[in-house]
Write a protein that binds this ligand. Structure first.
Ligand code: NAP
Length: 312
């Protein structure tokens, strides 16, 4: 079977995700030409210095001219603005996709802006780290990680097939999903854990009777594992919270109920309830390891610097 190949791929946004794509596209030879566009001069210069593409521009409309595949990797709150800017320059028949962590809102922002003669297929690679920017990316980021496409009604099957093959060539495993379902699933597996981490780290840093140096000194007892999530990019996570509001609030309500029940078990000394919950949750982690989404090593398997952590 011949490998998927695009004559010209435009990457709009060259942070963790965009630059990881640039690296894997190059390594796998998936494009005749990679054009890179980003918002700031500083990031564009860094992308150039890293040799991530073949040409570089601050103008996203310029970048998408003649591109067969356009991948938008910017914070979800900016996807409408980017779509509006590139709309008039897109090549008829081009595939336009994104990597945003929320799908309903991205579709609502982008779809009305894009011309009907391009194939808009929203996507979301479930792969990430707490780092951002062009230096943070690496070609293996998507290896064995899921990528969810949320095709719209009437999506051209050939375009969907080409985009599927593209992500597979980047190392991903593919799934398709309805956008509403995507947003509910991601609210529980990604958005809520990040919000809880932001909250617990915030609480610890606010505690007056425990000093900051104690929080840091004794962090390996559990706290440290939350700080990795809580170090994630503030812009990205502000946008995720604002753009998946309904699903996040629904999951938070459920979480608060369960937390109250756990609190009651502790108050009333219900050891059986605690033991039963902790046994059930241990099995969930085993399932994640068995599914190849985590390694079975102590310290959450994070000893290797390049280890991709499924996220977002
Ligand atoms: P990142 O490393 O912070 O990079 C963001 C990129 O978007 C940069 O090129 C930045 O440009 C550009 N950008 C920022 N604000 C913009 C705006 N208002 N208009 C146009 N461009 C703008 O972010 P990332 O981690 O790659 O995330 C990109 C997307 O991937 C987000 O939608 C996120 O939800 C999704 N995602 C992230 C992860 C993850 O773990 N990080 C995982 C899966 C999906 P300048 O630097 O030039 O300002």
């Amino acid at each position: 079977m011949s490998k998927i190949h695009f004559d010209k791929i435009a990457l709009i946004g060259i942070g963790l995700i965009g630059s990881s794509l640039a690296r894997v596209i190059k390594r796998e030879g998936l494009a005749g030409q990679i054009v890179i566009s980003t918002r700031s001069e500083k990031t564009l210069e860094r992308a150039k210095a890293l040799g991530l593409g073949d040409s570089y521009t601050l103008d996203s409309a310029e970048a998408v001219k003649d591109a067969d595949l356009v991948v938008i990797s910017v914070p979800v709150g900016s996807s409408g603005e980017v779509a509006r800017h590139i709309a008039g320059s897109l090549k008829p028949g081009a595939i336009v996709t994104d990597v945003g962590s929320t799908k309903g809102s991205v579709i609502a922002q982008m779809q009305p802006e894009l011309p009907s003669n391009v194939h808009f297929i929203p996507g979301h690679p479930l792969a990430g780290t707490e780092y951002s920017g062009p230096d943070a990316g690496f070609a293996e980021l998507f290896s064995n990680r899921w990528c969810i496409l949320t095709p719209l009604d009437g999506t051209d099957t050939d375009a969907l097939d080409r985009l599927t093959k593209f992500w597979e060539a980047c190392g991903s495993r593919l799934d398709t999903m309805d956008p509403v379902h995507h947003d509910r699933v991601l609210a529980i597996v990604s958005h809520l854990p990040h919000i809880i981490a932001y909250n617990i780290v915030g609480t610890a840093s606010d505690l007056e009777e425990v000093t900051n140096s104690e929080v840091i000194k004794y962090s390996a007892s559990g706290f440290r594992d939350f700080t990795r999530l809580a170090a994630s990019d503030p812009t990205m996570w502000r946008d995720v919270c604002l753009h998946n509001k309904e699903a996040i609030l629904e999951m938070l309500a459920r979480f608060s109920e369960d937390l109250a029940s756990l609190q009651r078990s502790i108050r009333w000394g219900d050891g059986d309830a605690l033991f039963s919950l902790f046994t059930r949750t241990r099995a969930v982690r085993r399932g994640i390891i068995d599914a190849g989404q985590e390694v079975d090593a102590p310290d959450f398997g994070r000893q290797k610097a390049t280890q991709a952590t499924p996220s977002q």
